[in-house]
Design a protein around this ligand. Sequence first.
Ligand SMILES: NC(=O)c1ccc[n+]([C@@H]2O[C@H](COP(=O)([O-])OP(=O)(O)OC[C@H]3O[C@@H](n4cnc5c(N)ncnc54)[C@H](O)[C@@H]3O)[C@@H](O)[C@H]2O)c1
Length: 392
Amino acid sequence: MSERPLNVGLIGGGRGAFIVHPHQRAIHFDGTRRVVAAALHQDPDVAMEEAEDWPFPIHGYRSYDEMIEAEKGKPLGERVDYVLIVTPNNVHFDPAMKCIEAGIPVFCEKPLTVTLEESDKLVAAVKEHNIPFCTAHTYLGHWSSRLSRHIVRSGLLGDVRWVDSSYLQGWLASRTEDMGVMQAEWRVDPKRAGASCAGGDIGTHALMQLRYVTGLDVTRVQAHLVTFVEGRQLDDHFTTYCELSNGGKALVRASQIAIGHKNDLCIEVNGTKATLFWRQEEPEKIVIHLPGQPDRVYWRGEVQANDGFLGDMPEDLMAEPTAPSGHPEAFHDAFARLHRCFEADVRAYQEGKPWQSDGSKYANVEDGRMGIAFVAAAVESSQKGGEWVDVP
Ligand SMILES: NC(=O)c1ccc[n+]([C@@H]2O[C@H](COP(=O)([O-])OP(=O)(O)OC[C@H]3O[C@@H](n4cnc5c(N)ncnc54)[C@H](O)[C@@H]3O)[C@@H](O)[C@H]2O)c1
């Protein structure tokens, strides 16, 4: 018999909001999860109006406090099974902490918090309550990110010497924040965005892609944060030269003034035997460069074990539900894969079975914290003129 769908509660996502919509599609992707409740806006009246106008019936709440309080008292099956937080960065910590304390698993947008102190508190609370927690690093959900991770971590490139991980955009190349674009308004405001705009918003994705694919950590950074657009308090261009935990080196960079780049997350990993290249704007393929050989291009859905480069393929990777090759998968599929893996952990948690949140299927709370620690170190380094700073 099929299982009941999991109930999801939203925090944020009303009137003109962006990322709630890809999430909502991803939640409903498999038919095994559904949105049932929401506190959609900081203004309680707007929150209720927006819930009324939702495309299908949901239980609207006037605030997230009201939602958490009401939902935690309901029996399992009637209450929300997990909460999705899609508010600006400064409204992640408080609802996330309250959900954890109420025993509600959390799927939280990145960057995890605006301060390292808050991230540390969330890590401790997740540990204490032993509860599933996802930090929404979308791009780990591409099947090709899973394959990249397998290729690099199983040593097929040899030892990792150098990684170039970048996330380039051009949408803040002029004062977008003055054009009534709410997504730009809060991103350039240190109170709502945190200590870095480009670094926090998209540099954390570039860092997470590096960590997920290679299994390496950035141990220290030399950083230069630049504000090209006049009048901004935060960086719109973020460059870090990094030392890696295996002694290798990396560039992790992010820019929002790179006109022509849209959501251009790229990673190149140079090993002692081969190089891997992947780009999110063409997320279906991975290119492998081997010395003296033609390049190998691996397309999702067309990967065979033991082909002369790949060895045995992990069963779980080959068993991941994907569309037939040639029917393109992209952003929404990546989000759906994260929610699908999180759902499995939430169900196991509820049934008292072992569950993972180990970072292999989605970024967990420690991964979210590493993003904030990296940004904090980069901001400090930049303020000191590019001196080396350890990542705490
Ligand atoms: N994973 C990704 O790929 C990705 C992409 C875009 C944004 N994000 C992250 O998602 C978050 C939201 O970004 P966005 O671009 O969707 O922002 P947005 O401005 O489009 O939406 C934010 C929403 O939060 C609501 N909100 C604010 N305070 C609230 C409160 N106290 N209670 C309830 N609702 C409240 C706003 O009314 C709005 O509906 C940010 O942390 C951002 O970094 C992640």
